[in-house]
Design a protein around this ligand. Sequence first.
Ligand code: ANZ
Ligand code: ZN
Length: 803
Amino acid sequence: ATQYNHSAIEKKWRENWEEKPINVNDGRKEKYYCLDMFPYPSGSGLHVGHWRGYVISDVWSRYQLLKGKYVIHPMGWDAFGLPAENYAIKMGVHPAKSTEANIRNIKRQIKQIAAIYDWDMEVNTTDPDFYKWTQWIFVQMFKKGLAYEKEFPINWCPSCKTGLANEEVVNGCCERCGTTVTKKNLRQWMLKITAYAERLLNDLDKLDWPEKVKKMQTDWIGKSYGAEVDFPIDGREEKITVYTTRPDTLYGATFMVLAPEHALAKSLATDETREAVEKYIFDSSMRSNVDRMQAKEKTGVFTGSYAINPLNGAKTPIWLSDYVLADYGTGAIMCVPAHDDRDFEFARKFGLPIVQVIAKDGKEIENMTEAYTEANGIMINSGDWNGLESAVLKKEAPYMIEEKGFGHKTVNYKLRDWVFSRQRYWGEPIPIIHCPKCGCVPVPEDQLPLKLPEVDSYQPTGTGESPLAAIDEWVNTTCPVCGAPAKRETNTMPQWAGSSWYFLRYVDSHNKEDLVSREKADKYLPVDMYIGGVEHAVLHLLYSRFYTKFLCDIGAIDFDEPFKKLFNQGMITGKNGIKMSKSKGNVVSPDDLVRDYGCDSLRLYELFVGPPELDAEWDDRGIEGVSRFLNRFWNLVMDNKDKDVKASKEMIKLRHKLVYDIEYRFNQFSLNTVISGFMEYNNKLIELARKEGGIDKETLKTFVILLAPFAPHIGEELWQQLGGTDSVFHAQWPECDEEAMKDDEIEVAVQINGKTRAVISISADSSKEDAIAAGREAVKEKMTGNVVKEIYVPGKIINIVCK
Ligand code: ANZ
Ligand code: ZN
């Protein structure tokens, strides 16, 4: 028989699919939308790690195809962003040029995978026909009051004189020059994602997503219940309002801490403390939030002022410290060192009093070495609250405080509004015009897209403005409302903008009138399965959910969650778990592997390396194993295809078990065990074929269909060899008949010392050990003495001899 020649077969079927697409929409089939997180077209191209996610999604898509669905499986490019812009600054190449070249290259590489992408749907976020709608969405948000301007601190490199994205700040320093990064206040556009906080939180319940990701989103939104409590300042009119989730500990509040940015911070200083206070405020302004949160040592300064605990009238010193964030809660806290870790550390460092108010068994701890942070115990040192259960008090205290008139209960979210502008060139221009009379006016919708103009220099301007600010003829325009001279907004959108809604566009990517027609949206959306890396668990997925809800609210679409099901694949790493990267020199390119073993083998190996949700170390040598399997399976089919063997009972049983096992593992997304399952069953079939003189066609065909989503070329070829005239992907996914899978049962008598005591039914091919074990179990109550001998007459009798 002919040998398995992967290059010839793969070439043949590529051409075939090109000519006669296998995934066609006949308008009657149920749709299934399987989406990949679209890539950033970087200059370095694809390595074997990138293949993994694309193979997983293609295998899943082809499976749906075999289940009779019309599969929407698109691909596109998330092509705005920093690398292209930085390359432009360095090399003077227009980002559009380098982006186009990169896309061409990556597209060629992606085609090697042989995924069933529908290239007619392709989108590119930098294409004006696409970003017209990214801008349109912004205008709609602006009209609804969800896009607004605000002064906001950005990362700033004082040496490069430019704003920096978070990813350009490495250990607090500028990635380009190493200078310590500071903050600079700039006017920014913000999106009011906080208006959707509650829905973003509650609707997580609707989603079939990994619990881990839901938890990350829940924590990011960060809803907490507590109270705002007013502390009068000793000797002054003003009050300081604190946010606390633990009003039950109010008697234990021995000092207060304000964020250095707090409006009252400076004014609380006395003559003795002024110098130290002002220095502390200045120093803190130079540190980033992350830095402040992660600082090993607490720092702080006493203001010299005191506040009055509204509950017991105690005088509590007011401090400043940057572990209190300015933009969370009220930017001021009451400190309960006995029951909060950070407060405890602070009190220890600065010698402040620690008063325990919750005691586990009502007993005070003698020498506290750490805070007692559990919220259950009995109240002590708490006036008329003494003796109450803290867990109960925690819930009631906000109401009691409200009643006493020095505070009220409240809810807080960690989620902040989204800083939506960038002082960069390579992004969507924000379609706003600043008119001296009319204020901010959106660019009229019939003038969208507002195209990015050509610039001479991509270099940041040094003032914190985008390079667009340097093009006078672009900046100067007239107000669309009153016609007066006006100026264009020169900030651009962040890279997230296009990726927050691109999945809607695929299903109607050529539409000139709408972002997506309602008809197509209703028919083909939302996404049924979304596959991508876990690094996008929070931001991208949260932004997409926000955009979808907004577009639903304005009636553009009719659903408010974009991705029904989510799967996060793990990373493929180099040796010792090190991330594959050019700079580390450990990148494995798929090209040689495809040439030597074929696309099908590489596809199988991508899945065989380990559970798809976990990281896996790459080792080229492993591909030999899957390649050997494909060769053996090839030979099995070729040797048996013309034999006309009738299936034995055993063969039928094996066939149904095969279907059952593979489908079960497939549905569990345990793709690596699907591949090992193929190998096991291939061995079993080879053995059975040897025993019975061959394998029937039905069994061979069944195996070929199951294998086809994973190794589509060999699948098609063997299907044809077995007499298939149409594509294997138009065959029926095999059904498992659980009855046929069952082992035959037989009845056996169980005897004790030759006397029948029970009759049991066991599987016909039970081993001697299994049969005897089942027999002993059935008569265990009737046995006396010790077992001296056990006899099994296959299919008839089990005799247990006791003495
Ligand atoms: C007193 C107290 C006693 C607190 C105790 C905790 C434990 P979450 O759940 O994250 O909302 N806090 C409030 N605003 C803050 C800010 N701007 N920066 C830093 N910390 C702040 O946490 C709320 C708790 O974090 C609040 O409750 C407050 O400390 C602190 F045994 O108040 B707590
Ligand atoms: Zn105007």
